[in-house]
Ligand binder design. Structure first.
Ligand code: PHE
Length: 356
């Protein structure tokens, strides 16, 4: 039955007024709770109690369906106004509480102070010496080359004219895999890979790791770092080799550094030399120190390359070249007077900080 009809001409007044009072008291109540809230949590509770799904204003709004048609608009406006007033009070209080919380969090802190500096990293001494060596050689026209650390015997030994019974191929000195592959014992394998992939002229350098089954001590690790070089062309001569490496070591250690070439033997170069530089390591008397191996590329290496390439791009009659290899760890130790190679891999900041 329709109540409005039953109540004749006055039902609107009769039902709208209690609703108006109800809305008024909900609003007063809500504003009081909001004013009393001292935490954001407490304020949230107040919000839910009034505007939540079962909140007082939400429930009261549901009553509008029972308000006579002609009063619905007025009551609706009252509800909206109350909701707006309560929401505004909630927002204002929320901002006020947040500001108080922020201020408390910053108590005793001066946010205008400059930030504490983060400790900057620095390049490892090995990286420094490697980059410097690369820089010098690049200025002389060498380009970077690379090759795998897991090598086969052909690239590490056979093509480098190293016979099967050579001690370097010994199981005792080399890490072999069951597959027959091995961890390269020197970066000279990159000489082979570069010549296989490229006809002369060629001028490459290859920094990288090499592996040997050495007893670990102050001057030996089972993994160390080398820098290989190779220059091949139609008129590359021994004076080119000497000039290049003398210049290199004088750039690295100082322009007055004495450099000497001492005859030696490597299977893949002929003639071969070891290079000594006369240096004064920190706290020691000046002396000759061995820093590299080098020589003119042995024609047997060119023969192996031609066989592998299936052409005559490296004709030993018309092709010459020089190669060199040096230990970067050793160069770093000499440069900085480092007495134990293990310091280079231990990553002890107390040690590394000295090179920053
Ligand atoms: N591969 C040699 C070594 O590891 C160094 C070397 C490189 C010598 C190139 C001559 C030419 O000892």
């Amino acid at each position: 039955m329709n109540l409005a009809l039953t109540w004749g001409g006055f039902p609107a007044i009769a039902s709208a007024f209690p609703m108006k009072e109800q809305i008024g008291s909900i609003e007063t109540d809500a504003l009081a709770h909001i004013a009393a809230a001292t935490t954001e949590r407490g304020l949230d509770d107040a919000r839910v109690a009034v505007l939540g799904k079962k909140g007082s204003l939400t429930l009261a709004s549901a009553g509008i369906k029972d308000v006579p048609k002609e009063d619905k608009a007025a009551v609706g406006q009252l509800l909206n106004a109350a909701r707006a007033a309560i929401s505004a009070a909630l927002d204002a209080k929320q901002a006020a509480l947040r500001e108080i919380a922020d201020r408390a969090a910053l108590a005793g802190i001066d946010p205008t102070l400059p930030a504490r500096a983060l400790p900057l990293g620095a390049l490892h001494p090995l990286t420094q010496i490697r980059d410097q060596a690369i820089g010098i050689l690049r200025r002389m026209g060498f380009v970077l080359a690379d090759g795998p650390e897991i090598e086969d015997e052909f690239h590490c030994f056979d093509a480098l004219n190293t016979p099967a019974d050579h001690p370097a191929r010994n199981e005792k000195d080399t890490f072999y895999f069951d597959s027959g592959k091995l961890l390269r014992t020197h970066t000279s394998s990159v000489q082979i890979r570069s010549m296989e992939g490229q006809a002369p002229p060629i001028r490459i350098i290859a920094p990288g790791s090499a592996y040997r089954r050495d007893e670990i001590d102050a001057t030996h690790l089972s993994v160390f770092n080398q820098l290989e070089g190779l220059a091949v062309g139609s008129d590359v001569s021994l004076p080119d080799l000497k000039g290049t490496l003398e210049y290199f070591f004088r750039e690295l250690f100082g322009t007055t550094t004495e450099v000497r070439f001492r005859p030696h033997f490597f299977p893949f170069t002929e003639p071969s030399f070891e290079i000594d530089v006369k240096l004064q390591i920190k706290g020691q008397a000046p002396r000759w120190i061995e820093v590299a191996g080098c020589g003119m590329v042995d024609p047997a290496v060119f023969d192996a390359i031609n066989t592998s390439r299936k052409d005559r791009a490296y004709d030993p009659q018309t092709t010459t070249g020089f190669a060199f290899g040096m230990g970067l760890d050793r160069l770093a130790m000499i440069r900085w007077g480092i007495k134990d190679i293990r310091l280079l891999i231990e990553n002890d900041v107390r040690f590394l900080r000295q090179f920053a």
